[in-house]
Design a protein around this ligand. Structure first.
Ligand code: IVH
Length: 674
C-alpha cells in the first residue's frame, strides 16, 4: 500500500500532461508535444492502468475508445430542439435579413439603429449535441430530425478535440457544434481506401458522417475527427452569457474548441466585410466551410426575435457559391496534350458550380475512371474549388441507369490515329505520334510561342488551330515564314492584328539561348533547367551533342532529365527542327560556358533551411556563392550539405531520408573559413 500514493500521483500527472497536450493542439492550434512524446506518455499511462485497473477513471485519455461494437444507435430526444438556419445566397438577402431584425426589435419596443452581429464560419460537417453533467461528458448525439437524434457517445468519446471532462463544471451544459474531418485527414483516408481498393468518400463531410456513424468506435477513432463549438443547448447551474461572443469565450474557458475565425461587427457592412475576408481565406483553411453565419450578438435580443418554424429569426447563413454539384455525364472526350498525354474529359450536362456554369470536367486518367467507377450516363458529383479545373469527384451509385457504358481508353490517338502507348507503372496513356500528331503539334507551337519561351505575342490557340488545320504550319520554323496577307485571311484576325503578329514574330527571332532551349519543349526541361544548360554549355551545339554523362555534370540535372535531353536530340526530326529555326533567322548571343567556380566550396551544393542564429538566409547564400558553392532550393541526392537552423521542416527530413550531411551555421562558417 505504501506505493499506492505515488503511483496514483504518477497516473494523475500523466493524464494531466496528455490532456494539456490535447488542449494545446485542438484548442489553441499550438502543438506543445511532439507526436512521439505524446505516444510515449500514452503508452506509459496504458501500462500503469493495465497493471492497476482500480486506477482507471472514465475520463482518462486511455478510455476514449471503449466498449464493443454496438448493433444500432439508441434514439435520444434532445433536451432543447436542434434547429437549422435560413440561407442567404446574395447581399440583398443579407440586407433583407438585417431589415427584418431591426423591424422585429422595433416592434418589440427595443429599437436599435445598427445591429451588432457575431460572425462565424459555417462549418461543413455534422451537427452534434454534447451533454456534460457536472463536467463529465455523458451523451453525444447527432442532430437527427432536430427533435430526436442518435446516441453516438461511444464514437464522440474517440474525438480527441472533445474534452471528456470540462474545466469548470456547471450542473448541466449542452455544447452544440460541428464534427468535421480536416481536408488532410480526408485525403489520407481516401488514400487508404484506394490502397484497400475500397470506395472513396466524395468529400470530407460524407467521410465525417461515415466515421461518426460507425457501429464500432475503434473505427471512428482511426478517422481523426475534429470538433468546433458554435452554440448552446440546455444550461443549468451557470449564468447565461449576455452575448454570443461571450458565450463562445466562456466555452473556450471550459476547454471546448471554438474556431479562431470569428468576429463581432456592426451592421450589414460589417457582415459583408467578414464574408469577403473569409471567402479569400477559404481555400487555406484546413477544413471545409460552406459559408458564414451572422447572429444577433445580444442574447436578450435573440430571445425577443425568437423563431419562425424551425429556424431562428436572429441568425442567417450566408452561403458561398457551392463548390460541388450533381449533374449527368453525357460522354467522355479525349484531349491530347503537348507530350502526347491523353486526358479523358467528362462532357457534362451544364451545371452551376463554384460560381460558373461548367460543361466539362477532368477525369485525370484511365485508372482514376476505373477507381471511381465512372460510366457514361452516370449521375456524378462535380467539384470546382477556387480557380482549379473542375473535376468529377464521385458517381451517385443509386442513380446509375442500366444503359450506363463503361469507358475504354482508345488504342489509337483520336487526333492522328497513331498508336496509344501506356508505359508500365505509369498512369498516363500517350499518343506515339509526336509532331505528326496535330494535337501535339498545336500544343508544342503554343508552348514555343508562350511568354516565357519565344514570347510571340498574339499567337493564341484559335490561330494555331487554323494554321495547323489548314496545313500552313507544320513546325515552329514555319511560323517565321508567314506574311501579313496570309495571316489576315484567317478567321478572327484582321489586318491590324495580322501586322502586329508579323511584328512580334520579327521580335521573337532574336532571343536568348535559355529561352530557345525552354521553347523546344523537351520533357522535364523547364525554365530553370534550360537556364542551367545555357550557363553550363554557353552554346547550343555542345548541348545537342552532349552525352548523358556530360549532361549529368550540369547542376541539378539528374539521370531522368539527362536521358530526356539526350533522347530529344538523338531524334533526327528534332535536330532538323532546330536547324530550320536557325535557317529562318532565329538567333541568340552565344557565350563561353560559365567558368568553373573556384574557392573552398567549389562544386559543392548547399540547401539552407530554417532560421539561422546570426546569418540572414540571403547573406549565407552569397557567402557560399562567393566561396564557389551553389545554393539550391530543394534537397536531392546531389545536395552536399543542408544548413539547418531553427524550425527547419520538410527539407531537413528529406536530408535525413537521403542521408545528406546536415550542418549548422557554426559548421558552415568553419567550411567558409577553411
Ligand atoms: S447555428 C439556431 N452555427 O448548419 C442555429 N450552425 O442549418 C443553429 N452549422 O445543423 C445552428 N456551422 O450543422 C450554426 N457556426 C454555425 C454553424 C452551423 C455549421 C450547421 C449545423 C446546423 C446547420 C444549420
Amino acid at each position: 500500500m505504501a506505493r499506492a500514493k505515488p503511483l496514483a500521483d504518477n497516473v494523475r500527472r500523466l493524464r494531466e500532461q496528455i490532456m494539456q497536450a490535447d488542449h494545446d493542439y485542438y484548442l489553441l492550434d499550438q502543438p506543445t508535444l511532439p507526436d512521439a512524446e505524446y505516444d510515449r506518455l500514452m503508452s506509459e499511462l496504458q501500462a500503469l492502468e493495465a497493471a492497476h485497473p482500480e486506477l482507471i477513471t472514465p475520463d482518462s485519455p486511455t478510455q476514449r475508445v471503449s466498449g464493443a461494437a454496438s448493433r444500432e444507435f439508441r434514439a435520444v430526444r434532445h433536451a432543447a430542439p436542434m434547429l437549422s438556419l435560413n440561407n442567404a445566397f446574395d447581399e440583398a438577402s443579407v440586407a433583407a435579413f438585417d431589415a427584418r431584425v431591426r423591424e422585429g426589435l422595433a416592434r418589440a419596443g427595443a429599437p436599435v439603429q445598427q445591429i451588432e452581429y457575431a460572425c462565424e464560419l459555417k462549418f461543413d460537417g455534422l451537427a452534434v449535441n454534447l451533454r456534460y453533467e457536472r463536467g463529465e461528458l455523458v451523451l453525444g448525439a447527432t442532430r437527427g430530425d432536430g427533435a430526436v437524434g442518435e446516441d453516438v457517445t461511444a464514437n464522440i468519446r474517440t474525438i480527441r478535440a472533445i474534452p471528456l471532462r470540462l474545466k469548470r463544471a456547471p450542473e448541466v451544459v449542452e455544447v452544440r457544434g460541428e464534427v468535421m474531418m480536416f481536408k488532410r485527414e480526408f485525403e489520407r483516408l481516401n488514400e487508404r481506401q484506394r490502397e484497400k481498393a475500397q470506395r472513396e468518400y466524395a468529400n470530407p463531410r460524407n467521410a465525417a458522417a461515415g466515421a461518426l456513424r460507425q457501429l464500432d468506435p475503434r473505427i471512428t477513432a482511426q478517422r481523426s475527427l475534429r470538433f468546433y463549438a458554435y452554440g448552446l443547448g440546455e444550461l443549468r447551474g451557470a449564468p447565461e452569457p449576455a452575448t454570443h461572443a461571450a458565450l463562445l469565450d466562456w466555452l473556450v474557458g471550459l476547454g471546448v474548441p471554438v474556431a479562431h475565425e470569428r468576429a463581432v461587427v456592426e451592421g450589414v457592412a460589417g457582415c459583408l466585410h467578414f464574408y469577403q475576408a473569409v471567402g479569400e481565406r477559404r481555400s487555406t483553411l484546413p477544413y471545409e466551410i460552406d459559408g458564414v453565419v451572422y447572429r444577433v450578438n445580444s442574447r436578450a435580443d435573440q430571445q425577443v426575435l425568437g423563431y419562425v418554424s424551425r429556424a431562428p429569426r436572429f441568425a442567417i447563413a450566408h452561403k458561398f457559391p457551392a463548390q460541388e454539384a450533381v449533374t449527368q455525364l453525357t460522354g467522355i472526350d479525349i484531349q491530347v496534350g503537348r507530350t502526347g498525354a491523353l486526358t479523358p474529359v467528362a462532357r457534362l450536362a451544364p451545371v452551376f458550380v463554384g460560381g460558373v456554369t461548367v460543361t466539362s470536367a477532368t477525369l485525370h486518367n484511365e485508372d482514376e475512371i476505373r477507381r471511381k467507377d465512372v460510366r457514361i450516363g452516370d449521375t456524378v458529383i462535380v467539384r470546382r474549388a477556387g480557380d482549379v479545373i473542375p473535376e468529377v469527384v464521385a458517381v451517385v451509385p443509386d442513380r446509375r441507369p442500366s444503359s450506363a457504358k463503361v469507358f475504354k481508353m482508345p488504342t489509337r490517338c483520336p487526333v492522328c490515329a497513331s498508336l496509344v502507348y501506356r508505359e508500365e507503372g505509369e498512369a498516363v496513356s500517350r499518343c506515339t505520334g509526336g509532331l505528326v500528331c496535330g494535337a501535339q503539334r498545336k500544343q508544342a507551337l503554343l508552348h514555343f510561342a508562350s511568354r516565357r519561351a519565344l514570347d510571340i505575342e498574339g499567337l493564341g490557340d484559335k490561330i494555331v488551330d487554323q494554321l495547323v488545320d489548314i496545313g500552313l504550319v507544320h513546325s515552329p520554323a514555319d511560323l517565321f515564314t508567314l506574311d501579313a496577307d496570309t495571316l489576315a485571311a484567317l478567321d478572327r484576325l484582321g489586318g491590324k492584328s495580322a501586322a502586329n503578329l508579323v511584328a512580334s514574330l520579327e521580335r521573337a527571332r532574336s532571343t536568348t539561348l535559355e529561352r530557345f532551349i525552354y521553347a523546344l519543349g523537351i520533357r522535364h526541361v523547364g525554365e530553370s533547367t534550360a537556364r542551367d544548360l545555357a550557363r553550363h554549355f554557353g552554346r547550343l551545339d555542345p548541348i545537342m551533342h552532349a552525352s548523358e554523362d556530360e549532361l549529368l555534370q550540369v547542376p541539378d540535372v539528374g539521370p531522368v532529365v539527362a536521358a530526356s535531353i539526350a533522347h530529344f536530340f538523338a531524334e533526327a526530326h528534332n535536330r532538323t527542327g532546330v536547324e530550320q529555326l536557325r535557317a529562318v533567322g532565329v538567333h541568340w548571343p552565344e557565350s563561353d560556358p560559365v567558368r568553373k567556380p573556384v574557392g573552398p566550396l567549389a562544386g559543392k551544393t548547399f540547401v539552407i533551411t530554417g532560421t539561422l542564429p546570426t546569418l540572414k538566409r540571403d547573406d549565407a547564400k552569397s557567402m557560399i556563392e562567393s566561396a564557389g558553392g551553389k545554393v539550391s532550393g530543394s534537397v536531392s541526392k546531389k545536395t552536399d550539405y543542408v544548413v539547418a537552423g531553427d524550425d527547419a521542416g520538410s527539407k531537413l527530413a528529406k536530408a535525413r531520408e537521403l542521408d545528406v550531411s546536415i550542418i549548422d551555421e557554426a559548421q558552415l562558417q568553419k567550411l567558409l573559413g577553411d
